[in-house]
Ligand binder design. Sequence first.
Ligand code: S3P
Length: 181
Amino acid sequence: MFDRSVFIIGMTGSGKSSLGKRVAGNLHIPYSDLDRRISEVFQIPVNDIFAQYGEEAFRRAETAMLIQTTREPPALISTGGGCVMNPENLNIMRANGLILLVDRPLDQILGDIKLDRRPLLADKGLEEVERVYHERIDTYRAAADLVLDNSKGYFMGMTGMERMLRLRFGLYSQDLSGRGA
Ligand code: S3P
């Protein structure tokens, strides 16, 4: 039974949202994307929130949205790359669910990151991505209850995350009848 939320953390470009959305669909559990929801509140993309209101306003909204998710039924929740760096956010996640790190090697992230959609990184380029990675990776790993190795491509990442959640929440039984798994 899916009785606790799972907060997906990790570096920008690690696959948090694409994997989370797909796996939640496969497992028939609710999915929520923190950045997307913040963007819906402001009615502009995240990079425009940074540009128009500043990072501090975004970070306040991020914590508020995280708290909002704790008042909702358990879900698989993708967070932005900076979210868990705030100790307050880490405490909220710890107290309200499990933390799943999507761990993707830096060279793969650098290979296909889209800087135009990443306001913190866009001006400074790939060297900044590298710097931020090294700055954050230890915190990510220390925060994580579960670590998904996402170094072997999208399909392996997806099936790995799915298996991890099925095992953790005992979600196998529901499927055995329907899909002959
Ligand atoms: C950020 C990552 C972004 C978004 C915001 C800040 C960060 O999310 O929350 O631009 O500090 O690393 P992604 O991790 O989905 O790119």
